[in-house]
Design a protein around this ligand. Structure first.
Ligand code: KE4
Length: 449
């Protein structure tokens, strides 16, 4: 479009003056906020929790991203989990490039969807069938509807601090007392929509038992992040996880593991493999798409065949099982299923966490951390928190100082203290060492605050 005199629409980017290197991100942020709410297409990217100007990423390769000003970062976001192989893995790029030449989308079944479904079922023994969708939100929302349809019940249980995407029934926070039906966390969600969502405290066995004693006959499902990456990194205690399984079985409710983040991230069998718990339904995303829009939910045949077109539970999607996304996902799964992949990844992640722990200790900064496979979390707290209330006792200001100190030193961690971190197979020992050294410099200044 060539702008003409008096044309009040903003000229396209190519007509804007070249950006100076120092404020390239700020200029883009200003432009973005003029046309996209908050300047971002997902809220956490706006740096609202940490302040400052979001980095507009121009390109990424391996463990690194470069922003609009040409600044390089060691990337511990990995697109919030998907980039377990790092950016631009040759086998993945090759598979996507070949798929693109065959067609972008058909709205018809393809052999590759079968291949990906078979690959997922081979790696997740609790699943006999799987349905592919385009986002984690869509997968969790669909699993919820399937659980209600399969059981004929309406109540659902979730836990404070767990995030399962932005479907209305799951945008809910604890009521006044925790073991109450939830209140909406978002405008636009009528109370009626969340009146059947019971919000409990994570790792609180007594409360869990009370809830099932009261409502067990009408609970369709319990949905949980068995390693809660949306509280940074909080594990379900083994006893708590066991009771979730037992109470669901006892009361005929479905146990749903939301493994959008942990699936193929904490290990080849996800959190269910780490915990040795078999859920009824599993929700997957992120890694299985390798960075493309692809997610899934699955479980036993008897439950999955309740889904349209076989059964009465409707669920659909224009781009579900997209041929380019499935090529990306398949190529990713092929790489992570190779012998030794997770052992090497877990060693790298553990080295990072141990290094950060040692650096904080050396500078007298209260610090606790945990990791599993390629996922890690840390808290500026002396002990690992066991629930959301404990996580939120973290000192926001100190975290923000750490975040910006690392960013200024070319290390990009999650811009929020309740988010987890991710290591890829592309991260090198030198990257880990540089990250620990940068953190130690900042811990030294933190202690003086
Ligand atoms: P998406 O709709 O964002 O693909 O997936 C929703 C979702 C579901 N379940 C779990 C356990 C998740 O972690 C997510 C999404 N995770 C966030 C990061 N905490 C995505 C980042 C964002 O919202 O921009």
């Amino acid at each position: 479009m060539i702008p003409v005199a008096g044309d009040r629409r903003r000229p396209p980017a190519s007509f804007l003056p070249p950006m100076t290197s120092t404020d390239a991100n700020l200029q883009l942020f200003d432009r973005a906020r003029a046309v996209i709410p908050g300047g971002v297409n997902s809220p956490v990217r706006a740096f609202k929790a940490v302040g400052g100007t979001p980095r507009f990423i121009a390109r990424a390769q391996g463990a690194y991203m470069w922003d609009a000003a040409g600044q390089r970062y060691i990337d511990y976001i990995g697109s919030w989990g998907p980039m377990i192989l790092g950016h631009g893995h040759p086998a993945v790029i090759d598979a996507v490039q070949r798929a693109v030449t065959e067609g972008l989308s058909f709205g018809a079944p393809t052999a590759r969807e079968i291949e990906l479904a078979e690959a997922i079922l081979a790696l997740v023994p609790s699943m006999e069938m799987v349905r592919l969708v385009s986002s984690g939100t869509e997968a969790a929302m669909s699993a919820l509807r399937l659980a209600r349809g399969a059981t004929g019940r309406k109540h659902i249980v979730k836990f404070e601090g767990c995030y399962h995407g932005h479907a209305d029934a799951l945008l809910v926070k604890a009521g006044s007392g925790l073991a109450t039906f939830g209140n909406p966390t978002s405008a636009g969600v009528p109370p009626e929509v969340v009146q059947h969502t019971l919000v409990l405290e994570y790792n609180n066995v007594q409360q869990l038992e009370e809830a099932f004693a009261l409502h067990g006959h009408d609970i369709a499902c319990l949905m949980i992040e068995a390693i809660a990456g949306n509280m940074n990194f909080v594990r379900a205690a083994p006893e708590f996880a066991r009771r979730c399984r037992e109470l669901c079985t006892q009361h005929g409710a479905l146990l749903v593991f939301d493994e959008v983040m942990t699936g193929f991230r904490v290990g080849l069998q996800g959190a269910q493999g780490v915990l040795g718990i078999t859920p009824d339904l599993t929700v997957l995303g992120k890694v299985i798409g390798g960075g493309m829009p692809l997610a899934a939910f699955g479980g036993p045949r008897a439950i999955m065949e309740q889904l349209a077109p076989m059964g009465p539970v409707y669920q659909a999607g224009t781009l579900s099982g997209n041929p380019v996304a499935t090529a990306c996902g398949l190529a990713t799964l092929k790489e992570i299923a190779k012998p030794g992949f997770y052992e090497a990844l877990a060693t790298k992640t553990r080295t990072l966490v141990d290094g950060l722990q040692a650096a904080a200790a050396a500078e007298g900064v209260p610090f606790s951390a945990d990791c599993e496979g390629g996922m890690f979390g840390f808290f500026l707290l002396p002990e690992l928190p066991q629930n959301y209330t404990a996580v939120m006792k973290s000192d926001n200001a100190r975290f923000n100082a750490l975040f910006h100190g690392l960013l200024d030193r070319g290390v990009y961690i999650a811009p929020a203290l309740y988010e987890a971190g991710f290591v890829s197979s592309a991260h090198t020992d030198a990257d880990i060492d540089a990250t620990v050294a940068a953190a130690r410099e900042i811990f030294r200044t933190l202690q003086k605050q």
